[in-house]
Design a protein around this ligand. Structure first.
Ligand code: PRT
Ligand code: ZN
Length: 284
């Protein structure tokens, strides 16, 4: 029994999808023009598809699971489960209007023409806000629609914001925040569910490691309690005596977000020789 996974053939999610599988210890031979391939060391068959088609293939059971933007899953309205957020492909689906548009509240979208590739999500957003507006579905280059007189506003994906800026547009509402997700078919066979659980276990270990650093430092023994108190480790830190009398080596893990605050406090408390190193996998 094999698990069939659909990933983007080319585009923004392709490389990160392959990288994630690699980090999970799954070797796939990524031929550029291939439609599908097989992992050599995990019962996984990989299909390379357009992102828009992935939810449908999963619903139909042609693929068992897939890696796709949450924005696509929500727009396509297919029967799939979102199993895990993957932490890459982050973006937001936003309303944007020309810079000259005097925009103060969402009510200003009333009676406008909105160009988008996400008509269903936009329809729901308008309904939620009690706005009547005309939706123009276009499949690409949405950002040029106001400039050519096709629309008064657009709703499109934004990451850095430079596309909007270059087209004289300003972002006025966030409709949805999105990232790549692992989506799965509703009715997996029990053996496939076991394989999926195995894959998710590995993905979680990889994700956890990405947000966490391993820290090693030297501390004078009389400051050990204070320094240990600053470390938010998984359990208690490891403390080993150094060859030099009166000093210890302290090992622990910390969250990437707490990093600079904690480092400063540790130095102030007398820690020396602080090393912070990446963690490859983290299983708890
Ligand atoms: O060929 P295929 O149909 O598979 O690919 P595609 O062209 O439809 O999709 P692709 O590769 O562009 O995007 C795949 C997924 O990446 C999307 O569904 C999102 O989940 C995610 N993603 C993350 C983005 C962006 N960031 C993004 N910035 N998708 C598109 N964009 C576009 C956006 O549409 C706009 O044109 O980038 C432009 C804005 O970027 P900034 O940086 O200028 O703001
Ligand atoms: Zn697409």
């Amino acid at each position: 029994m094999k698990l069939k996974i659909a990933i983007q053939k080319s585009g923004r999610l392709h490389d990160d999808s392959i990288k994630l599988l690699k980090e999970c210890g799954i070797d796939i031979n990524n031929g550029v023009n291939k439609l599908k391939t097989e992992a050599s060391n995990f019962p996984l068959e990989v299909f390379f598809l357009r992102d828009d088609d992935i939810p449908q293939y999963i619903e139909d059971g042609v693929a068992d699971i897939g890696i796709v933007g949450e924005n696509v899953v929500l727009e396509k309205k297919k029967q799939v489960n979102i199993v895990e957020k993957l932490g890459f492909g982050k973006c937001r689906l936003s309303m944007a209007v020309p810079k000259s548009f005097e925009y103060t509240t969402v009510k200003d979208l009333e009676n406008t023409r909105i160009a988008t590739s996400y008509p269903l999500i936009v329809q729901e957003f308008l309904q939620r806000n009690g706005i009547r507006a005309e939706i123009h579905e276009i499949s690409g280059s949405v950002e040029i629609a106001p400039g050519i007189g096709l629309a008064d506003a657009i709703c499109d994906l934004v990451s850095s914001g430079s596309t909007l800026f270059m087209n004289g547009l300003k972002e006025v509402e966030t409709v949805l925040k999105s990232e790549a997700v692992l989506a799965a078919c509703h009715n997996l066979q029990p053996e496939q569910q076991v394989l999926l659980d195995k894959l998710v276990f590995r993905i979680q270990a990889v994700k956890r490691a990405k947000n966490t650093k391993y820290i090693l430092l030297n501390a004078p023994n009389e400051k050990l309690n204070e320094i240990i108190g600053l470390l938010p480790g998984m359990k208690s830190p490891t403390v080993l005596p150094l060859a030099q009398e009166g000093w210890s080596s302290v090992h622990s893990v910390l969250n990437e977000n707490d990093f600079w605050d904690i480092i400063e406090n540790l130095k102030a408390a007398g820690a020396q020789g602080i090393l912070v190193v990446p963690i490859e996998k983290m299983v708890i």
